[in-house]
Design a protein around this ligand. Structure first.
Ligand SMILES: C[S@@+](CC[C@H](N)C(=O)[O-])C[C@H]1O[C@@H](n2cnc3c(N)ncnc32)[C@H](O)[C@@H]1O
Length: 236
């Protein structure tokens, strides 16, 4: 195993410590349409960002989404980039340097999402954070996001889902493994799956949409779907 692989896999349970320098490479090797997803979030953001808008990105990792927010919106805005792993934010800060402008303020907040005082905002984003919250933290997080969104504001949520069909779930899992195996060994794919046991949670799309509607979102629709990855656009 190389040193890089040791940092990724030499753990008893999966966490995001010591991987910030490899995170971008790691996620694009594990998630087939990661770049398309980020581009699409950037495009969607244009409908919810206006002069002086406040935006939150929860579980921002290395701030890839922030880059797409800046590329797609030239107005004055404040972005709050939240991650409980400081080294992710440090990498994100460096990446963002070349995209920064005078009319943009970015607050890098090194906290658990549960501990953040969320200001009223027009766009809240959560890309693959919630699979790492437990079920009750996830529900509380959704309620908190909803409460602090302005009317007509949006929540962009990306999660990993179960297929409602066992047969299809099996097909998807094999396709994803084959994709990963183009750049990762089958051994490292297996080790990661083992580390993720009890750490990463998936949900059924139908239940997620029902829950988001039940807490008040007026319009909720899937905008991105690729095998088990699903992106929802939810408008208050
Ligand atoms: C899969 S990554 C998110 C990917 C990222 N949003 C993107 O667009 O590439 C999950 C991130 O959530 C962070 N995280 C996990 N649990 C958290 C929590 N309770 N509060 C804040 N950040 C958390 C991790 O440190 C990690 O950077």
């Amino acid at each position: 195993m190389t040193n890089k692989q040791k940092n990724l896999y030499n753990k008893t349970k999966w966490d995001f410590k010591n991987i910030s320098n490899y995170f971008d490479e790691h996620i694009s090797k594990s998630f087939i349409r990661y770049n398309d997803l980020q581009n699409e979030i950037g495009k969607l953001s244009q409908w919810f960002i206006n002069t002086n808008s406040i935006i939150y990105n929860f579980g921002c990792s290395t701030c890839e989404t922030e880059i797409h927010l800046l590329k797609n919106n030239s107005c004055k805005m404040e972005i709050n980039a939240i991650d409980n792993n400081k080294s992710m934010l440090d990498v994100g800060k460096k990446k963002l340097n070349k995209y920064m402008r005078k009319n943009v303020k970015i607050n890098f907040i090194n906290k658990n999402v549960e501990k953040v005082n969320i200001k009223k905002n027009s766009l809240s984003i959560s890309v693959l954070l919630t699979p790492f919250l437990n079920i009750s933290q996830r529900k509380q997080f959704f309620k908190n996001v909803y409460k602090n969104l302005l009317i007509n504001g949006a929540f962009i949520l990306v999660e990993k889902n179960f297929s409602p069909s066992g047969k299809i779930e099996n097909i998807f899992a094999q396709i994803i493994d084959e994709y990963k195996s183009q750049s990762l060994s089958f051994k490292s794919i297996y080790i990661k799956k083992k580390l993720l046991r009890g750490v990463m949670n998936s949900y059924y799309e139908k239940d997620t949409i029902e829950y988001l509607k039940s807490i008040g979102f007026q319009d909720t629709q899937v905008f991105f779907n690729h095998f088990s990855f699903t992106g929802y656009l939810c408008i208050k």
